[in-house]
Design a protein around this ligand. Structure first.
Ligand code: KIV
Ligand code: ZN
Length: 512
């Protein structure tokens, strides 16, 4: 029997994933995710697009300086300025730094976006790869919109960039247009028509506009692709990217007909998914494959019966294989620091001493109000207490009055740029009054797009969890807040979103 081939996993959560509306992350958050990706043992972490903004540059640099267990890629267009800037950030990863340069190759992109001829595109692609190769041999070239590119031209570009020094060639389905058999055919065509193809790793990068990103990636692997580009929870522009957990678990579960392996330590998948949704506020739909809340829940009686008799009746993979332990009830009022720290670690949080202290104080105060603390409560504590953007605005205290006798009102005291402010307002309801008070003190112009409330666990003593989505000048952010009092949770979520907006505005100072 032939040896299974290893497929490289190139994670782009921090670059393409961050292009999801509302998913922007600050440097500290990106480094946290990068550490989790390192634990997952992905082969490459694409940390950002260094020329896009000073914030992106700093994030790529920091990830390159910090992470040791993966290659670090930075994206750049095919021009000198972008490439030089990318290497300025990536050099700190040394040999593990990868310059990822791209240019579009489809007729539609060349005509309307680039306004360039085929000759010019080939020339620019080759020049870019040659420049990148002066910095490092680890050069990836992407033919943007490859799927809608005429195949002979795609083959010509791929051959030229490999000759120029590209060691990985990426074939993106930029607009998520391909069908699996069609995409596999493109990979086969390149293998047959590019004479030097064996000198480079063939990579694929699929978007999910038709819900086919994972299927297309698997079809490409079967046709000979050796690297898959993907994101945690499948986040990414529009309908997202190929989901890391789905493609990796498909390769693991269907090893019988897909004789490929990855280096991913799948037991860290669930923690990675949780961490990302905690940081971005983008919740995973309950029926999402692999990491959705219902993915391993066997509700229907007949299924439950089957699973109890013999797990494999309805379970094609175990929850443990993605790091999902059945022990959901965790701690209570009398639980000590050790149990608390152990559980946080099991959930994938490696916190520094100071953060553990903050979280522990918060846990004790919650345990006074709530009999049983579940994993979800701990996630909320970490999200609310530790994973925070720099805080221009901070809630000090508040009180509300509401009911059917008088107009709902709120009195809110908060720090605004280091100064204590207090105001009282009335509104259509207690949340409306609270938001009006906060808006007045922060003078925010951001538009409220979405407000949602949920209970983290069951029971009337459950913590309330609120999500607020704001928009200002085309930028969207999501804020989250958790507290046993739902109105306080709402205020925290709104303030968290305002802080994120302030940090995004500061970071995105260069427009592409
Ligand atoms: O979707 C795409 O084409 C990309 C490239 C820049 C790789 O993200
Ligand atoms: Zn993409």
């Amino acid at each position: 029997m032939s040896k299974p081939k290893t497929i490289r996993i190139f994670d782009t959560t921090l670059r393409d994933g961050e292009q999801s509306p509302g998913a922007s992350m600050n440097i500290e958050e990106k480094v946290r995710i990068a550490h989790q990706l390192e634990k997952l043992n992905v082969d490459v972490i694409e940390a950002g697009f260094p020329i896009a903004s000073d914030g992106d540059f700093e994030a790529v640099k920091k990830v390159a300086q910090t992470i040791r267990g993966a290659q670090i890629a930075g994206l750049c267009r095919a021009n000198d300025k972008d490439i030089d800037r990318a290497w300025e950030a990536l050099q700190f990863a040394g040999e593990r730094g990868r310059i990822h340069t791209f240019i579009a190759t489809s007729d539609i992109h060349m005509k309307y976006k680039l306004k360039m001829s085929e000759e010019q595109v080939v020339e620019q692609a080759v020049k870019a790869v040659q420049r990148a190769a002066r910095y490092t041999p680890n050069v990836e070239f992407s033919a943007e919109d490859a799927v809608r590119t005429r195949l002979p031209f795609l083959a010509r570009v791929v051959e030229a960039v490999i000759a120029a020094g590209a060691t990985t060639v990426n074939i993106p389905d930029t607009v998520g247009y391909a069908l699996p058999w069609e995409f596999a055919e493109i990979i086969r065509y390149l293998k047959q028509n590019v004479p030097n193809i064996e000198q480079a790793t063939i990579s694929v990068h699929c978007h999910n506009d038709l819900g086919l990103a994972v299927a297309n990636s698997l079809a490409a692997v079967q046709a000979g692709a050796q690297q898959v580009e993907c994101t945690i929870n499948g986040i990414g522009e529009r309908a997202g990217n190929c989901s890391l957990e789905e493609v990796v678990m498909a390769l693991r579960t269907r090893h019988d007909i897909l004789p490929f392996t990855t280096g991913v330590v799948t037991e860290h998948i669930y923690a990675a998914s949780k961490l990302l949704s905690t940081i971005t506020g983008i919740v995973v739909q309950p029926n999402k494959a692999i990491v959705g809340a219902n993915a391993f829940a066997h509700e229907a009686g007949i299924h439950q019966h089957g699973v109890l008799m013999e797990k494999s009746t309805y379970e094609i993979m175990t929850p443990e294989s993605i790091g999902l332990t059945q022990n959901k009830l965790v701690l209570g009022k009398h639980s000590g620091r050790h149990a608390f720290i152990d559980r946080l670690q099991e959930l994938g949080y490696d916190l520094v001493k100071e953060d553990i202290e903050k979280a522990f104080v918060r846990f004790k105060s919650l345990a006074d109000q709530k009999k049983e603390i579940f994993d979800e409560d701990l996630d909320a504590i970490v999200a609310d207490e530790i994973i925070r953007v720099p805080e221009r605005y901070k809630l000090r205290q508040m009180s509300v009055s509401s009911g059917s006798f008088a107009a709902p009102s709120a009195t809110v005291e908060m720090d605004v740029d280091g100064k204590v402010k207090k105001t009282a307002t009335i509104g259509d309801g207690p949340v409306d009054a609270t938001f009006k008070a906060i808006k007045k003190m922060t003078k925010s112009q951001a538009r409220l797009l979405q407000f949602s409330v949920g209970a983290i666990t069951g029971g009337t003593d459950a913590q309330g969890e609120c999500t607020v989505r704001l928009e200002e000048n085309g930028r969207e952010v999501l804020g989250q807040g958790a507290h046993p009092d739902i109105i306080v949770a709402s205020a925290k979520a709104y303030i968290n979103a305002l802080n994120k907006m302030a940090s995004v505005v500061q970071r995105t100072n260069v427009n592409l």
